[in-house]
Write a protein that binds this ligand. Structure first.
Ligand code: FES
Length: 114
C-alpha cells in the first residue's frame, strides 16, 4: 500500500511505500535536500520541519536524532535521512542557505531599482 508525502513550500507530492525515509521520498519527488554523510545522521544537513499533526505520520525520532537534535525535536525538526513515513504526511523543506542569500540580494537589488 502506498502513502503520500507532500513537500512544502513547493507542494510537490509523491506516493511512497510505508517505511520510506523522508530523504528517499524527497529524491523521488525531485526535491533537493542537502546531505554530506550519505544518510547516516552525521552531517545534520537534511533537517526538515514538520508540524505536530503530520509528525504523527513519521516514525518516532531515532536514537541518533534524539542525541543530535535535542531540543530542536520539540520545534518539529527531524532528520530526513532518519524519519520514516508511516502515513500520509507533509514536511517543510527549509530553503538552501546559499539560495536564500542570493534571493535576498536579488530582492534588495530590485527594491533599489524602484
Ligand atoms: S543526510 Fe546527513 S544527517 Fe541526514
Amino acid at each position: 500500500m502506498h502513502i503520500s508525502i507532500q513537500f512544502m513550500p513547493s507542494g510537490k507530492t509523491v506516493k511512497v511505500r510505508r517505511g520510506t525515509t523522508v530523504l528517499r521520498a524527497a529524491r523521488d519527488a525531485r526535491i533537493h535536500i542537502a546531505t554530506r554523510c550519505g544518510g547516516n545522521a552525521g552531517c545534520l544537513m537534511c533537517k526538515v520541519k514538520v508540524d505536530e499533526e503530520h509528525g504523527k505520520a513519521l516514525t518516532p525520532p531515532t536514537a541518533s536524532e534524539l542525541r543530535k537534535l535535542g531540543p530542536l525535536l520539540e520545534q518539529g525538526v527531524r532528520l530526513a535521512c532518519q524519519a520514516k513515513i508511516c502515513g500520509d504526511t507533509a514536511v517543510n523543506v527549509p530553503e538552501d542557505p546559499l539560495k536564500a542569500a542570493i534571493r535576498k540580494q536579488l530582492e534588495q537589488r530590485n527594491e533599489d531599482l524602484w
